[in-house]
Write a protein that binds this ligand. Structure first.
Ligand code: IPM
Ligand code: MN
Length: 355
């Protein structure tokens, strides 16, 4: 098969972790006889520095022409500490999501047996937890307009907007994944307070009837935040709006031991994007210490979701699991044992794939 991918390393540790994911991707293609071609694009703070835009038109065209996008991370402290900056790296990520029509962000939360002791939760609570967060990605407060400041600058507003169609498509997708899993969907909202949430719930109550084989439950977001740490095993597919999904997935990711382990896929209308759930970790940039596993597992998701190449994805997962069992891990999960560098972990996983 021909795989034509766009590679967007971005900022901070992005280039280092993407470098390892790309090597793993190359090794897989070689092993399974696929023809890989890839091209780099700029995005985020580095794109602002180079051309003044965090998601330049040339990068968008590259993504549109590619079969999949492998994405590192964006963000830079010089913007985080400057709330009045007009152009921000995050705008690049949001523009990419919007322009590529990436309305669904899939964040699988799985545990790794060798990392259970790293979880802030008791082992018996996390062991075997395995659920998929489906986060709506192109609506809600992130994109609703108007957004801004009053004339005297002392009042600020964001607008939360959802249309029936936006809610329907993300719910159908969630039921589709639930059917491939343990057949349970938890719809998370704040329908006791928010009008948009009441639309979500109304639409979900209609759609649920089309999937009688799947169990549907409704949960307020504050309760969901609590249940995720009290009883994570109760979830199978959790679907929610953009901002709730942003918050709940960071929460979910750490119960598995490290933010550095979890991949994601953003899918929708045009080319899908595969990226780690963590950020650009600027303190570690250039030090060769960041955990490349989330990005390598994002490459696994790319084989599975963008190309339907399941064996290829599985070999990457097997390689990652083996590296964890052997203790070939970066400092965030080394827990007293030897810490390996980003590239050493990459080397080990590449060699496992080649074997
Ligand atoms: C994420 C990130 C982004 C988001 C930021 C960087 C804009 O936190 O992908 O979860 O809030 O969506
Ligand atoms: Mn986030």
């Amino acid at each position: 098969m021909k795989l034509n991918i766009a590679v967007l390393p971005g900022d901070g540790i992005g280039p280092e972790i993407i470098g390892q994911a790309l090597r793993v991707t190359e090794a897989i293609c070689e092993k399974f006889g696929h023809e890989l071609s890839y091209e780099y694009g700029i995005v985020g703070a580095c794109a602002i520095d180079e051309v003044g835009s965090p998601y330049p038109e040339a990068t968008h065209e590259l993504c549109m022409e590619s079969d999949a996008v492998l994405f590192g991370a964006i963000g830079d402290p010089k913007y985080d500490n400057n709330p009045s900056a007009k152009v921000r790296p995050e705008q690049g990520l949001l523009k990419m999501r919007k322009d590529l029509g990436l309305y669904a962000n899939l964040r699988p939360i799985t545990t790794f047996p060798s990392l259970i002791h790293k979880s802030p939760l008791r082992a018996d609570l996390v062991e075997g937890a395995d659920f998929m967060c489906v986060r709506e990605l192109t609506g809600g407060l992130y994109f609703g307009r108007p957004q801004g400041r009053s004339e005297d600058n002392n009042t600020a507003y964001d607008t939360c907007v959802y249309t029936r169609e936006e809610v329907e498509r993300i719910l159908h997708l969630s039921y589709k994944y639930a059917r491939q899993r343990r057949k349970k969907v938890t719809v998370v909202d704040k329908a006791n307070v928010l009008c948009t949430s009441r639309l979500w719930r109304e639409v979900a109550q209609e759609i649920e009837k089309q999937y009688p084989d799947v169990e549907t439950e409704y949960m307020f977001v504050d309760n969901a935040a609590m249940q995720i740490i009290q009883w994570p095993k109760r979830f199978d597919v959790l679907v929610t709006e953009n901002l709730f999904g942003d918050i709940l997935t960071d929460e979910s990711s750490v119960i598995t031991g490290s933010l550095g382990m979890l991949p994601s896929a953003s899918i929708g209308i045009h080319t899908s994007v595969f990226e780690p759930i963590h950020g650009s970790y600027p303190q570690a940039a250039g030090k060769n210490i960041a955990n490349p596993v989330a990005t390598i597992l994002s490459a696994a998701m790319m084989f599975e979701y963008a190309f339907n190449l399941m064996d290829e994805g599985k070999l990457i997962r097997d390689a990652v699991n083996a590296s964890l069992e052997e203790g070939i891990v970066t400092e965030d999960i080394a827990s007293g044992g030897k810490a390996y560098s980003t590239s050493e972990v990459g080397d080990w996983i590449v060699n496992f794939v080649k074997k």
